[in-house]
Write a protein that binds this ligand. Sequence first.
Ligand code: SF4
Length: 498
Amino acid sequence: MTSKVYFMDARSDSADTSLIAKTLTVFDAAGLDKLVNEGDVVAIKVHCGEWNSSAYLRPVYARALADRIKELGGRPFVCDTTTQTYNPYGSRATELDLLETASRNGFNATTLNCPFICADGYVGTSDYRVDIPEGYILKEAFVAQAIAAADVMIALTHFKGHGMGVIGGALKNLGIGAQSKRGKFNVHMGRHPKYGAGDAIDFHPESFAGKEKDPDWTILEDCCPLSLFEVTDNDELKWEREKCINCLGCMGIMNPRGIFRPNLENFDATDAAIADGALGVVKAVGPDRVGFVTVAVDVSPKCDCAGFSDVPIVPHLGVFASTDPVAIDQACVDAAQHAPGIPGSLAEEVGVDAPGDRKFDLAGSSIEGASEQTTINTAVVNGLGVREHELIHVERAGAEKFRFPLDRRPTRQRFAKLFEKFQPFPFDRYDTRGFNRLPEVDLDAVKGHGGPTVDPHSHADAPYHGDGAWHPGMEEAAGHSGMNPTDSDKAGTPAGDD
Ligand code: SF4
């Protein structure tokens, strides 16, 4: 079996080849418009980005999709979910945090022209449990309530790398991003007897340097929401590991100090579970009611959930759409593999910058040995989709379709009367030329890559020096242009209502 993946590259030279237009074009080409019936509530699932990340998809992609869904008769909302918390200073761990971070990143009802909501409630316990007997490792999933309640879901995914998931694609947008907070604990192997961090992590308390040598030591206790770490008066670090729920809040604190040695199986099991979580979402919404649009630009190595965005590891790849989340992720991984790595990026640093190199095993994952195929392969095993795909290159849809929709009249019809009433060009000045400018200058003199070839003050005979002030006594000099100013032309004199 082969799935179809609809694709347009990232080059752009016209309104209908803008990435926004291409996103809508592949959406329609893949038949995702047919998923939406009159009156359907449509969840558009995005990653709104952590505080201070900058590579997440600009909100205009979601806005354009929401507008399209309205055209189709649907009722869209854009959503994301709370985090586990993942780090001690997370910015999306409650609904309040999420909405404020999302708004700072540009996602709100005003920009999106539809509501932006936190899909799993204030703390992240608002969800819908679904059985997944087909799951490879998970047998149930906890899907964010607002997503499970929607008639249709469109996963609008930013394709990039991820420290734990290796890739951040459509499967991860569902398998982590559309799970509630407790659903995320499930996927991250919280309290799993073999793969959970409490059981799996190699713990080296002797690596703690002591309070005196580690002045930031209080964070060792403060990073855990369950207060499982204690630094004793004797500088001993204790961990009640049997109670750990895998929130990951301590990893960024313990790993750099050598207190934790990350466990590959914990990563691999989570990556497999992401595929099962994704299956849970498709089952919760309905197998024929979920569509996937992936925008592979700004392909940063460490996801939008980090509070930063590194140099992209490959050039913009393009936009993809499909009804198969496995095929669309495989198409993105293949495109990244065939692309050259970007000089100066992490891809170059870790030696995977040649076309043909797999990019994410080393540049995405934060642990050696993880694979960019684990989630994809697991989603084949649990029946969610297939890797084999036909990549269909979609033609541009025509500029007419993507003209400014709020006023489609050409400029004369829109502006002739307006310009008559509020003339923006000062025809009444300088013999209708409008402005005080020299009639001719040596343009070649300022084009040299080595700097200008004229003296900085060689234009000093101009009465107006560009410094905002009129230079008295220079009026004569202006005569060489034949454009003598009148009093009302002089700078500082009101020229009209602006
Ligand atoms: S010990 Fe477990 S529960 Fe506590 S911060 Fe670390 S991962 Fe989270």
